[in-house]
Design a protein around this ligand. Structure first.
Ligand SMILES: [Zn+2]
Length: 256
């Protein structure tokens, strides 16, 4: 397999390109490129399999600015290949840590990404995700000016403490990372019996937790925070951009 055949490249119009990577049959992870006049927003950096940075460079000559929706392995894989990387402070440690080979190689093989899918030259036996020191923070209310195009950041915790969603108001596009998914989402704490515990979010049924995200947030408090974040997002779609309120970040971080 040619190296970049690992990625599925989709032009979504409006200067937005999706870069997909298959995780399992029927499941993929997508990163997005959003072109401004000056900068290219790279929203997430994939799994670290394949030449992600080379593909980005081939897609656009603009200066890449990485905006991480969160710090899970399948979204930070190639962050270390870029000069400018922003992430919410609550997920910064995951970005700094990366994944060593002992953890990273578990994403491949039986029940995970099939070896047969992997591009030539990628060896799960030795590969890892190098850590990356973020070069800046991505905070609620922040406006990322790409030149003639602005992305608005919303703090939408729940899937991870530092999950950020990015709104492109003009294109009417929302980049929500793993905060929104198609399929079941686990909102309560599962007991050994497989039933939800009594403190599960009312009115919600449990799905199974995503295997790619073993630390998927599953506390009821997280479900409530996720619902509040969704309300904020819905409100933001119809109203003016949020003021940047540093106290919001402080309160949110203190709850974690
Ligand atoms: Zn995730």
């Amino acid at each position: 397999m040619a190296d970049n055949a690992w990625f599925e490249v989709q032009d979504l119009g409006n200067g937005i390109t999706a870069l997909g990577e298959r995780l399992r049959e029927g499941t993929d992870v997508k990163s997005y490129l959003v072109e401004g006049d000056r900068d290219l927003a790279v929203i997430d950096t994939g799994t670290g399999v394949g030449d992600f940075a080379g593909l980005v460079a081939a897609q656009s000559a603009r200066e890449p600015l990485v905006l991480q929706t969160h710090g899970h392995w399948d979204h930070i894989g190639a962050a270390h290949r870029f000069a400018r990387v922003l992430i919410h402070p609550a997920d910064a440690a995951a970005l700094r840590a990366g994944e060593d080979n002992a953890a990273f190689r578990k994403h491949f093989g039986e029940g995970a990404i099939p070896y047969a899918w992997l591009p030539a030259g990628f060896d799960p036996a030795t590969a890892s995700i190098p850590g990356k020191d973020p070069t800046g923070t991505l905070l609620h209310g922040q406006q990322i000016d790409l030149g003639g195009r602005v992305l608005e950041a919303y703090h939408t915790p729940g899937h991870s403490p530092g999950s950020i969603s990015l709104l492109d108001r003009q294109a009417r596009a929302l980049f929500a990372g793993d905060v929104m998914k198609i399929g079941m989402v686990l909102l309560g704490r599962r007991q050994r019996s497989g039933r939800l515990s009594r403190d599960a979010a009312p009115g919600r049924r449990a799905g199974r937790s995503g295997r790619c995200h073993p630390r998927l947030a599953r506390r009821p408090a997280d479900a409530r925070r996720r619902a509040r974040a969704a309300s904020r997002l819905r409100a933001g779609l119809d109203r003016s951009p949020p003021d940047h309120d540093p106290n919001h970040e402080l309160r949110a971080t203190n709850r974690n």
